[in-house]
Design a protein around this ligand. Sequence first.
Ligand SMILES: [Zn+2]
Length: 231
Amino acid sequence: MIKFDAVKASGKAFLDVFYPDYCQICHQPLVLNEHHICFPCAYDLPFINHDPGSKKALQQLFWGRVDIDHVYSLLNYQKGNATQKLLHQIKYKGKKKLGRYLGGMLGEQLTNAEFDLIIPVPLHPKRERERGFNQSHIIAKGIANKCSLPINDQCLLRKQYSKSQTKFSRFDRWGNVSRIFWINQSTLITGKKILLVDDVVTTGATLEAAAHQLLNVEGVKISIATIAARI
Ligand SMILES: [Zn+2]
């Protein structure tokens, strides 16, 4: 076994020399002990926890909209910033390992919190077929791994859009968004403390709609965790 691991390790070292991994932000080759993101880029990431103003804004994001116990998010999201690049790599370049890695970083903030289960926000079925995966589920796996929590992707389901969202006014769009989720097998989540997971929160309309549906189930409590938040 030791011999096999040694061969595997030297094989990896060999591969690293010829096919090094690249930083998902600056695209420079990674060096020893760097994973997905180089140290200088990681140092510059806009961690929400490092900024008291952002931390406060995050907790207030759903005030007056829907009853959320706690909101956790790793990085501040702005157009063109490093966070947007990372999310782009996960969603559109299929970098699932990066998604799990960032999910794991988020999970480290949650190890003291008590939840019964994680529910990833589902994609439209058509979009999931096109993409081949749901990025929220990948991130949820990273969190689940750190926090030893089960993932439930059976109870919150998403309908397919029948019309383009852009045709609706702001008011109608909320009406449209609020009807896109439905609950299946509600007894499985009755009375549970649920961590609802998505990749990013921008307007919050999608998470708000999903949370509303889940809160219709008796005794459910919701917290939200995302890799990024636009605050
Ligand atoms: Zn870098």
